[in-house]
Each structure stands twice: as structure tokens, then as C-alpha cells.
Design a protein around this ligand. Sequence first.
Ligand code: CMP
Length: 154
Amino acid sequence: MKTGLQRREENIRFLKSVSMLRDLPSDKLAKVADVLEIDFFHEGEFIIREGCTGDTFFLINKGEVKVTQTVVGHNEPQEIRKLKRGDIFGEKALLGEDRRTASCIAQPPGVECLTIDRESFNQLIGDINELRNKDYGDKARGAQRLSQLTPGFS
Ligand code: CMP
């Protein structure tokens, strides 16, 4: 059984390895470590569903996450990318987009994420330029929000 202190030190080590967060000053990094929650997802589970509202930001601690998206010209959501340990997701709905722009699905054998809620995200992370300016090329690829494709979907 890990103590709270061990868990915190482990979290800080992990946060330092996340490229997006590497320039955060250490006092902020320590604050992020304090507010992190841990969450587990079974294989196949939707961690995020495209088109839904959301208040959580995710960092992958273990496992792999598949990103799928509704794309013009395809009936089924298309696989866009696989994310792994150290990758982040779920920032868009906290930064101006009102809805989740893609689905994020836990891959076998399951995924462990560290999560940050909207309030802490805004206080500690939301002003990182690299995060704010992250452009996946979704618009250029013809990705469209489910709400734009489905009349009556809100
Ligand atoms: P958000 O829109 O909050 O929820 C879905 C997340 O999927 C989104 O934030 C991004 O973190 C991520 N995402 C969206 N589009 C892509 C993409 N093309 N490649 C990788 N990740 C993406």
C-alpha cells in the first residue's frame, strides 16, 4: 500500500515526464500533483464520448486510448489516433469548445488515467500556450461535430 506522500512524489515524477507540462514551474507542478485523481477504465469503455459536455482533463498513466471522430463522408466514426502513457486528452472541451470533439476509448487490457477537474485545470494548466494552440487538424480533415450532423442532437 502506497502512502499519500509516495503517491504524490510518483505523480510529480510522472508529471515531469509529460512533455506538455514540462515548462510548468515546480510550485505549480506540485499543486497539480495535489489535485490529481486516479481513474480506471475497462477495455472498450468510452472515457469520453464525442458530442457530450465534459469537465475533466485526462493524462494517461497506463495503457492505450483510441481516438475516434465523426468525419464527413463516413457513416461510422473513424479512428484518428492511438494515445499512450504520457499523452493527454480532453483539453478541448475545457478550452472554448463546448462539446467533446472526439471519442476516447480504453484499449485492452484497460487504462489508468490521472484526471484534473475543470476548476483546477483553469487555475493551473489552462494557460499553457502549447495546450491552447494544440491543433489536431480536425477541421482541415473534415471532422464535424455530431451535433452539426445530427438534427435534434444537442
Ligand atoms: P475534447 O474535445 O475535450 O475531448 C475529446 C478529445 O480528443 C479532445 O479534447 C482532444 O484531447 C482529443 N482529440 C481530438 N481530436 C484529436 C485528434 N485528431 N488527434 C488526437 N486527439 C484528438
